[in-house]
Structure formats: structure tokens, C-alpha cells
Ligand binder design. Sequence first.
Ligand SMILES: Cc1cc2nc3c(=O)[nH]c(=O)nc-3n(C[C@H](O)[C@H](O)[C@H](O)COP(=O)(O)OP(=O)(O)OC[C@H]3O[C@@H](n4cnc5c(N)ncnc54)[C@H](O)[C@@H]3O)c2cc1C
Length: 160
Amino acid sequence: MAVVGGGNSALYEAMHMAKFVSKVYIIHRRDQLRATPVVQERAREEPKIEFLLNTVVEAVEGGDSVEKLRLKNVVTGQQSELKCDGVFVSIGLKPNTEYLHGLLTLDDFGMIMVNDRMETNVPGIFAAGDIRHNSIRQTIAAAGDGAVAAVNAKKWVDEG
Ligand SMILES: Cc1cc2nc3c(=O)[nH]c(=O)nc-3n(C[C@H](O)[C@H](O)[C@H](O)COP(=O)(O)OP(=O)(O)OC[C@H]3O[C@@H](n4cnc5c(N)ncnc54)[C@H](O)[C@@H]3O)c2cc1C
């Protein structure tokens, strides 16, 4: 298996996967990982994990499933192939909120600002789940947000 990324999420993903597979490659574009030192230490102690630093994925190749990655070393420019059965990309998330710029108040990352009723700055527009500022990005929290937004949206409609 391969995991792309160098932050805590990528390393946790790799360590979790190492319980089930024979080998995990962590592919990171820089020479230093972004993960906190304690997480890096734990990942480096896992013998099934191998780090491919200064490396980017140029292509994912295969038929019905992933068979190999085409890699490039960003320092030497050398290209190589890595056989693997799967790839997990863990390089962060970009919210799809560009179309809301100028309408809703967003934070610096593009997440929607809401109050504890899931109301945005525009009356009648609610936001819930991963897309809202300060979400813990878990299914159960997104569902809870949805319930809060739904109840308050109904109130807003009823009270006109
Ligand atoms: C790899 C991975 C593993 C995860 N593992 C876990 C886990 O183990 N446990 C856990 O609790 N959570 C996990 N999560 C987080 C969980 O998936 C999210 O918290 C949850 O899906 C958030 O739900 P949501 O409805 O807010 O957003 P989403 O599930 O992202 O749904 C948003 C929907 O809106 C649609 N959409 C986007 N833009 C528009 C638009 N302009 N118009 C209309 N529709 C649009 C999207 O297509 C999508 O269907 C994981 C997430 C990832 C990526």
C-alpha cells in the first residue's frame, strides 16, 4: 500500500494500515514530514513502513484496480515505478466554497462561519457538517449539525 502525505493524518493512516498489509510506503514531497515528532517517532518504529521523501506521485496506473505508481524524485528528477495494490491520498482537504465568496462569511480556509444554531451570516441560509468552521469532521458530528440546522431552519420558516 502507499500513503501520500507527510502530516499526522497520513502517518496515522499508514500505521493503521500496517496492521493489515505487508508493506506501507509513505510518499512525501518534502525532505521533512509535517507530522508532530511523537507521531513521526511511532511511525518510524513500525518496520513495515518505508518513507519515500522528496517524492511526488506523477501517475496512478492499473486496470480494474491500482497496480503501480509513477514517482518522481523532486531533487534528482529521477523517475521510478512503485508496485502497489492501493493508494491513500492524505494531503489535506479543500472546501468547495468558492462560489460562496461574497455571499457568506468564510474563514481563512474557506469553511463557512456559523453560530450554534448553524445559521450563517445570511438569514435563511444554514450550513452543517464538515464544511462549517471548527467542524471535527466526523460523521456523527455532521449528522448532529444537520439535525440542529434542520430544526432551526424549520423554526425560521415557521416564524417567517
Ligand atoms: C478518507 C476519509 C475517512 C474518514 N473516516 C471517517 C471515520 O472513520 N469516521 C467518521 O466519523 N468520519 C470519517 N470521515 C469523515 C466523514 O466522512 C465526514 O465527517 C462526513 O462525510 C461529513 O458529512 P457531510 O455531509 O458534512 O459532508 P460530505 O459527506 O462531504 O457530503 C457533502 C456532499 O455535498 C456535495 N456537494 C459539494 N458541493 C456541492 C454543491 N455546490 N452543490 C451540491 N452538492 C454539493 C458533495 O458531492 C457531497 O456529496 C472520513 C473522511 C474521509 C475523507
